[in-house]
Every structure is written in C-alpha cells, then in structure tokens.
Design a protein around this ligand. Structure first.
Ligand code: C2O
Ligand code: CU
Ligand code: CU
Length: 448
C-alpha cells in the first residue's frame, strides 16, 4: 500500500483469524487478516493516517518501530491504549529528510506486547529511497516464530519461557514455512528482512550467492559490504543485495547463544538460550536464462558521525534480572512460585509509565552506557532517536554504525551516542526481547 499525493490512509484491524501455517490450520492474530499485515510504502514528508480497530480480547495499540517521528503526536505513543472493540485514529507526519529504509509496526501495549507480536501482529513500513537503487527485484521478508498446540491454537508461553524470552517452534517467512523463491541467474535482488520474532536472534547465512549488506536497521551504508553472515536481534532489520548465481541456496538461521540462566540457577538444567540447530528459512532456486545485471549501485552519502561533537549529558542504563530462581528443584516445569519473583529492571526499577527515568535536554547529544549485569543478552531499543554505537567489545566501530536496536551482551556493555534533536517529548527505551519488556525492562526518556 503506497501513499498518494503525500498521504497514506488505511484501516487497520487487529483481530483473530484462521490461516494456513505449514499446511495446518492455525488460529493467529493478524492485521487485516494476513501474516504479516499490509506493507506500507511512504516517503519523507508524507502524512500517515491509520484508523486502527482493536478486534482482540485484550488492549492493544500501534507502534511504528524505528520511525523518527514526534513523541508528542500519536505517531509514537507507547502509553496509549485501545480497548477491545474500540478504534483510534492515528495521524502523524514523517519529517522531510527522514532516512529511507525498512521499518515495521507492531502493538506496544505494555504487558501484552510479546503475546500479540508472537501471535502474528506485525507488518512492514518501507520509507522509499530518494535515489533509485538499481535492482531487478525487491522482496520484503518478515521472519517470525510461533508455537501452536495440537488443535492449531497458539500455545501459551510458560513462566520459564517468558523469563528466557519465548522462541516459537515454527519459524516463518512472511507467514510461510520455508517458502521457495525463484530467480534467474544474474539478478540483483534487494531483500528487506525484519526480525519480528519476540525473542529469537537470527544468524543469517545464504551460501552459494553473493551477498552484500546495504542497510542495518535504517538508512543505507555508503558502500554495500560483502558479507557471509549477519546476526540480527529481535526488532533489527537488514537490507541485503543478493546477486544470483545458478543453483539452489538456502537462507539459514544458524545457532545463536544469547546467554542463559545457568549462572542464576546454579545448575545446568536450563541450558543456554537460543536455537542450537540451524533452521532453514527459505530456498532460493536460481535457474533459467541469465538476465542482465543492472548498473552498479552508486555510493550513498557518508553516514553521520557524532564523535567529536560536544556531549552534554551522560546516562547509564543497567539491565538487570534479579530475584530468587528457587534453587535446583521444581523449576523444570516452569510453574514454580519462586520464578515469579524474578524482576526485569533497568537501573533497579521496573517500568512505570508515570515516572520519567531519563530526562534529557532537547537538542543535546548524549553518551549512554548500556550495561548488562545479567547472564543473558538484552537487545536495547530506543524509540524516535537512533543510536550511534561507539564502543562494543572487540567489534570494529571505526566506521559510523547506527542502529535502533543494539544488542548488549550478557555481562557486557555498549556505548552509544544519541542526538536528541528535532522533537521534545516523552517516550521509551526497552529490551526488545518482548517478554522482558512486558515484565518491566523498559524506561521512560523525556526530552525537554
Ligand atoms: Cu519494536 Cu518499542 O518496539
Ligand atoms: Cu520501537
Ligand atoms: Cu532482555
């Protein structure tokens, strides 16, 4: 769905629906009846109007992940709640000069986010490039996961899964199990990939094809980077350029270790976290008559570098998981009462929408230290204002690296610079393992 005359208008209904998932009937929640919901294509300067209806049995709302829009309007309002049966009219403007890229939308009603995203409520927003990237084809791919019970209903996440961050048994690409894509040799495809899984990290590999990274979260890299694998946390997006060669290739999500609770459990019962086996996401079949590969991709503008600009504020966010895990017995079932004593905090506090945790000066550049004193990775996401990573363990950040979801490894830390420019207002940062966000790992930032 594209904007016309500078306006994108749409009715969006979140509601239960039966769909086919891997050859079975499944009862999911979806926007406008499809997994994923409609892809929205907009350009900087556009007005976006969404009449959203809540056809669910729980409160919900709509969040436009990654968009740089005012937190004072209703474009970014994680505090708003739409009750079952009610509607809300969203209207906001995408500022001129907004970075192009692949963004997404999903519900953001605290306490229900993981359940609703895991159930199928997500969709893609493409902000069009100001300049044409020469490709033969563009594909939008939403990776998600879910678990179904034997009657095709969504399986409820147990207490233990909520603490670890649930990973669904079935991994889908655009609502399908291992779809097959066809291409001719010599194509240059642009793949826009969204990790819409509530907790699953994806280590993406596509053997047998030439792959370059064009974008990480938003914007585009000045020169696409040759790559053999990219790891994306929940909420992250990438854009790939795939130059095709004859043959059959599989896009794989290879194992990821995102930490576990062993250290807290004092035994090996829980094991690590994250998938241990490679998962096949899709097959790309390249055959037939070769096509003419388009012109080389022109270099894009250099990425902004905040290093060297005056930093006027510093904050530390310390992600913690505290509480008793109840020792070595009774935890396997996931129903131990002790388990409920675990708190997911930032600087020792659980989310409170009424409290402002991090006041910042509008227009200021701040340096934030994202600290993780827990034994699991936490992908930290800030609304509205993107983050430039300036320190990340041994990772090379000599070239500017911008993201809106930044993984903070277990017992590690990452430093970022943030320019709180363009808008005053109040919004949130949180762990994008959505179960952690729902359990309190979220804070409020206010620019004034
Ligand atoms: Cu994608 Cu605050 O979330
Ligand atoms: Cu977001
Ligand atoms: Cu987390």
């Amino acid at each position: 769905l594209s904007s016309r005359d500078g306006v994108l208008e749409l009715d969006l209904e979140a509601a239960p629906v039966w769909v086919q998932v891997g050859g079975r009937e499944a009862s999911v929640l979806a926007f406008n009846g499809s997994l994923p919901g409609p892809t929205l294509r907009v350009a900087p300067g556009d007005t976006i109007r969404v009449a959203m209806t809540n056809g669910l049995r729980a409160p919900t709302n709509l969040h436009v992940h990654g968009l740089h829009v005012s937190p004072e309007g209703n474009g970014d309002n994680p505090f708003l709640s739409i009750n079952p049966g009610e509607s809300f009219n969203y209207e906001f403007v995408l500022p001129e000069g907004h970075p192009p890229g692949t963004y997404w939308y999903h519900p953001h009603r605290h306490g229900h986010v993981a359940d609703q995203v895991a159930a199928g409520l997500y969709g893609v927003i493409v902000v069009e490039d100001p300049e044409l990237i020469p490709v033969t084809r563009e594909r939008v791919m939403v990776v998600s996961d879910l678990s179904l019970d034997s009657s095709g209903n969504l399986a409820e996440a147990g207490r233990m899964q909520q603490m670890m961050g649930r990973e669904g048994e079935v991994v889908l690409v655009n609502g399908q199990v291992r779809p097959r894509l066809d291409a001719a040799p010599g194509e240059r495809e642009r793949w826009r990939i969204v990790n819409a899984c509530p907790s699953r990290y994806l280590r993406l590999q596509l053997e047998g094809q030439q792959v370059r990274l064009l974008s990480r979260d938003f914007g585009r890299l000045p020169t696409p980077e040759k790559t053999t694998e990219v790891v994306i946390a929940p909420g992250n997006r990438i854009e790939l350029l795939v130059e095709t060669t004859e043959g059959s290739s599989v896009l794989v999500a290879a194992p990821v270790d995102r930490g576990g609770m062993d250290a807290m459990m004092g035994n090996g019962m829980m094991g690590g976290n994250g998938n241990r086996e490679a998962i096949e996401l899709l097959t790309l079949e390249v055959s037939g008559d070769p096509v003419q590969t388009p012109e080389p991709v022109p270099a894009g503008p250099a990425l902004r570098d905040l290093r060297g600009e005056p930093v006027t504020g510093r904050h530390t966010l310390d992600m913690g998981m505290t509480g008793s895990m109840g020792g070595g017995n009774g935890m396997g079932g996931g129903s131990g009462r002790e388990a409920t004593m675990m708190a997911f905090t930032i600087n020792g506090r659980e989310f409170d929408p009424a409290r402002t945790d991090t006041p910042v000066t509008a227009g200021a550049i701040e340096e934030w230290t994202l600290l993780n004193s827990s034994p699991m990775d936490h992908p930290i996401h800030l609304h509205v204002w993107p983050m430039q990573i300036i320190e990340d363990g041994d990772r090379d950040v000599s070239a500017p690296r911008w993201q809106d979801v930044v993984n903070v490894p277990a017992r590690g830390q990452v430093k970022v610079l943030i320019a709180f420019e363009d808008f005053p207002g109040r919004t949130v940062y949180h762990c994008h393992i959505l179960d952690h966000e729902d359990q309190g790992m979220m804070g409020v930032v206010e620019a004034r």
